[in-house]
Design a protein around this ligand. Structure first.
Ligand code: PMT
Length: 413
């Protein structure tokens, strides 16, 4: 599946002279694989650790070092043979500048506007946001000069990722390791998302299947993997929204740039959702919330003493119905979306829930087929709106379903 956020984004990747420069090759490769157009600029010192050819091989674009070497002019309206001034051409088109690794020396130059190499000149000329991934020996990192330079850069809105603590080139263990490429990409995504179409919005999403305790070791659960809810959280974050993800237990990695609230039971999910709704613009309940829980969970593990065992169940709180009551009282989010996981009479059952829970939109989820619903990467859904409109969607990845849901939420706003 293509990466909507990184695809066709122009990223100027600056690589400065540190041993972590080899990780910048991996970073350039991952960004390119995600669909970004990556122009790499190396400082002279960086070329001692890694070559321009390494970057050219993974980005399939020229990598730059020399400030005074004129390049081809690909600006609209340029005539054959026109040349461009490299630091200006690189700066002009960039959506984001990343410097990884960023040495103490380069941080000092950036803080003071020194433009004595192609990279620092390009950064000075680039209107794009700047993300730095510092990497250096601990003492250099802790030095007041480095910290003062960083404070100046932060005050100008520069985003910083890392450094991490770990094994350093000196052989010591301490702070100064460059963040891993995946972490740098996650931070880059957040910077790029700032101007997304959901910037300034705050949303709450629920995900996963709740667990209702039978005894200390057993529970009543369901097959939800959390994939649909997490896809909704990722999509909203990538479009610039502030996201609270209230998640029942899942095996999924913790999402970056999202406030994750972990819960287990329906009643914990209720409390967490209601607390997160303060000031939220929308709630999307993708979680599979238990409708019943054991009335009296045993305090001790239940023994295998009888042939039959009867559990008495009682209703859990209906979160969406409580949110409807809040909205009726003039509080709560502007838009509320529910899901309906059905194995039969999909639309009729979803319609009942749409009305009962007084939703703006319900996502009717056919969970009777193997490629849709629980624990798979794809979903087949039909959107039912409060005004009676019905919008069937084809089978698609959950990420694509998530983006369509946010498109529709935007319309409802
Ligand atoms: O997590 P995945 O493996 O990716 O699977 C995704 C999914 C199938 C779980 C998801 O797409 C989905 O359909 N979620 C809703 C499942 C469900 O419990 O539906 P329901 O018909 O029981 O509930 C209707 C709505 O009321 C849901 O939005 C539910 O979150 C909400 N609800 C339910 C019970 C309850 N006590 N309080 C609620 O608010």
């Amino acid at each position: 599946m293509e990466d909507r956020l990184l695809k066709d984004k122009r990223i100027l990747l600056g690589v400065t002279g540190g041993v972590a420069a080899y990780k910048a090759v991996v970073l350039a490769s991952r960004l390119t694989q995600a669909g970004a157009i990556v122009d790499v600029v190396l400082t002279e010192a960086a070329t001692r650790f890694v070559t321009p050819l390494s970057f050219e091989s993974v980005t399939r674009r020229r990598a730059y070092v020399d400030m005074f070497e004129l390049g081809d002019n690909d600006r609209p309206g340029a005539r054959p043979g026109d040349v461009s001034i490299p630091h200006l051409a690189l700066a002009r088109g960039a959506d984001l500048v990343i410097i990884a690794p960023a040495t103490a020396n380069t941080l000092a130059k950036l803080a003071h506007g020194v433009a004595d190499n192609l990279l620092t000149a390009a950064v000075l000329a680039a209107p794009a946001p700047l993300l730095i991934a510092p990497a250096m020996e601990s003492h250099m990192w802790e030095h007041p000069a480095t910290q003062a330079n960083l404070a100046m850069l932060q005050a100008r809105g520069v985003t910083q990722i890392g450094p991490a603590t770990g094994h350093l080139a000196s052989g010591a263990t301490g702070v100064g390791r460059m963040s891993e490429p995946e972490e740098i990409i996650a931070a880059a995504r957040l910077v790029l998302a700032r101007h997304g179409d959901m910037a300034g919005r705050s949303v709450v999403v629920s995900a996963g299947g709740t667990r209702e305790a039978i005894d200390p070791v057993r529970f009543i659960g369901n097959r939800s993997s959390g994939k649909m809810g997490y896809a909704l959280a990722h999509a909203a974050r990538d479009r610039g929204a502030q996201v609270v993800l209230v998640a029942a237990p899942t095996a999924l990695p913790e999402p970056y740039g999202v406030r994750l609230v972990r819960v287990e039971s329906a009643s914990q999910m209720r409390d967490a959702v209601l607390a997160a709704l303060e000031g939220a613009d929308a709630l999307v309940m993708a979680a599979a919330v238990a409708d019943y829980r054991p009335l009296q969970p045993s305090e001790q593990k239940i023994k295998k003493a009888h042939e039959h065992l009867t559990l008495e169940l009682t209703r859990t709180p209906d979160i969406l119905e409580e949110v409807a009551a809040l909205r009726a009282a003039g509080r709560g989010p502007r838009v509320v979306v529910g899901f309906a996981a059905e194995t039969s009479d999909l639309l009729a059952n979803a319609q009942v829930k749409l009305q009962q829970k007084r939703l703006d939109l319900i996502v009717a989820n056919d969970v009777s087929v193997p490629d849709s619903g629980f624990a798979v990467d794809t979903n087949r859904v039909t959107l039912l709106y409060a005004d009676g409109t019905i919008e069937p969607l084809p089978l698609m990845y959950k990420e694509e379903v998530a983006h369509i849901i946010w498109d529709r939420v935007q319309r409802l706003w």
